[in-house]
Design a protein around this ligand. Sequence first.
Ligand code: UDP
Length: 325
Amino acid sequence: MRYLITGGAGFIGSHLAEGLLGRGDHVTVIDDLSTGSIRNIQHLKGDPRFSYVIGSVENAPLTAELVDAADQVFHLAAAVGVKLVVESPVRTIETNVKTTEIVLAAACKKRKKVFVASTSEVYGKSTDVPFREDGDLVLGPTERGRWSYACSKAIDEFLAIAYWRERHCPTLIGRCFNTVGPRQTGHYGMVVPRFVKQALSNEALTVYGDGQQSRCFTHVSDAVRAMIALMDADHTVGEVYNIGSEQEIRIADLAERIRVLTDSESEIGFTPYEQVYGENFEDMPRRVPSLEKINKAIGFEPQIGLDETLQSVIDYERSVEPQLV
Ligand code: UDP
């Protein structure tokens, strides 16, 4: 099969490319390197079944050409990371909505199947844990910039589902929960690479708020396996699936775990949210997926536990030259 991965030089996209190439498929990546990096796909360049284009998905003729040359499309290009979202809301909203419009319109012309990568952010501040795909999305007011990310991705989901229901163009949606692993950058706020880098350089670990908020971290290889199996299955079309792990940890405990695993002497510091994200920032206290639907559909269960996941990030960060967090 020939796959197009938009945002394929990003953290998840580059692992997805590896997974598809590994089973003998052809992969083309389009990425504007806004948050992705050529370093992420450097090791794939020698593979004759791999090609990449540095360009924007917002360039509709270019995207249409690449979609035409592919059998199926993984649409991962998006503005991601809470820091980026809070600092650049215009870019977040425009990128997330425009790119999805362009990809879906191009794919629909030839009825090519599209996997739209969405996010657990869409559940917003729902307290109905674990989050089920048919549960309500609870977003805050429009004056709080964080919610623009969730809202823009929810529009992407509505659009993908509408393309299937109204125009019979095959689409499916994966809501990725906190996904971590080698090559993820901490530049856009992601907590695990940030804590690991801080711990390795014996700097204080920056826990935001009181650290009692919790998340479930999934190893990227589990997430990629789920994405490929969802795409391969026929009965997943028109549906939304959570992709994640149910192993929950408080952020303060995550900091402590990383300190132990790295044998670090770093202190654990607590920084008020306002200091990092400005006034009026709202975080979600818990975010846990229900994996019932994806388990029923493709038998998915995560295979890599939290310690092993953290260790893979630690090993990776130890192997690359130190960079600013
Ligand atoms: N966080 C933190 N310190 C950091 C970066 C993030 O305490 O240096 C917290 C953040 O406030 C959130 C959690 O870690 O509660 C996960 O943050 P991330 O940005 O990785 O993902 P999110 O779940 O917010 O999308």
